[in-house]
Design a protein around this ligand. Structure first.
Ligand SMILES: Cc1cc2nc3c(=O)[nH]c(=O)nc-3n(C[C@H](O)[C@H](O)[C@H](O)COP(=O)(O)O)c2cc1C
Length: 192
């Protein structure tokens, strides 16, 4: 493959992950800088991808620790892997937390209900509880769906670096790097 083909494939793979239920790149690991300066990583579900806009999104709870972290340091790194085809896609970039506006409302309305239940919990993600079931045994009824909207946000990621690694055979690998400068992507091969 040429560098141009790899670049196109990265975006094609990510776009396919949004559409397909069982795609390995649907779940990405997202790393932030913790409030203590150390790294923090967790799984997020890829929700939208646009090469034209240089944009990816995931959804999260405004109360979750990652929002405090991204509010302080908006840079993020994401990695996904397809273990069957031995492909790794890494990226880093800048985030923007979308707390208001029509795009957020559209994202909320187009999400399946079972996803939205998590935003209706009275306890913020990460709140210490005495027993695993305490998160569900709440003394008051679970708030209605619109209550969940208060906690819902879209995180936009605008990548500035992309990194493709493919293990073609046991002894042959290909690694390509793409660095965004202004509106263009500089591309080169790097040692795996
Ligand atoms: C399969 C799976 C998918 C997940 N998707 C998301 C997601 O899209 N957004 C999200 O905020 N958390 C998601 N989580 C939970 C996070 O990995 C994490 O535990 C939670 O968001 C709290 O992270 P934080 O404490 O770093 O803010 C997912 C977890 C799993 C296991």
């Amino acid at each position: 493959m040429t560098l141009e083909e790899i670049y196109a494939r990265i975006w094609d793979f990510l776009a396919a992950a949004v559409r397909e239920e069982k795609n390995p790149f649907k779940l990405m690991q997202a790393a932030t800088v913790g409030l203590d300066g150390g790294p923090n990583v967790r799984t997020v579900l890829l929700r939208s991808v646009s090469e034209q806009e240089n944009l990816l999104t995931f959804h999260t709870d405004l109360r979750s620790p990652k929002i405090a972290e991204l509010s302080r340091e908006p840079r993020i790194a994401l990695v996904g892997v397809d273990p069957v085809h031995n492909v790794q896609i890494r990226m880093s970039g800048e985030t923007r937390i979308v707390r208001t506006g029509q795009a957020r409302l559209n994202a909320w309305r187009s999400s399946p209900d079972h996803d939205l239940v998590v935003y209706r919990t009275r306890l913020a993600p990460g709140t210490p509880i005495g027993h695993a079931d305490d998160a569900h045994h709440q003394t008051q009824p679970v708030p209605d769906p619109d209550e969940g909207l208060k906690h819902f946000c879209v995180v936009e990621v605008r990548p500035t670096r992309l990194d493709w690694l493919e293990h073609l055979t046991v002894d042959r690998q290909q690694r390509a790097r793409f660095v965004r400068q202004g509106d263009i992507w500089l591309r080169d091969w790097i040692a795996p």
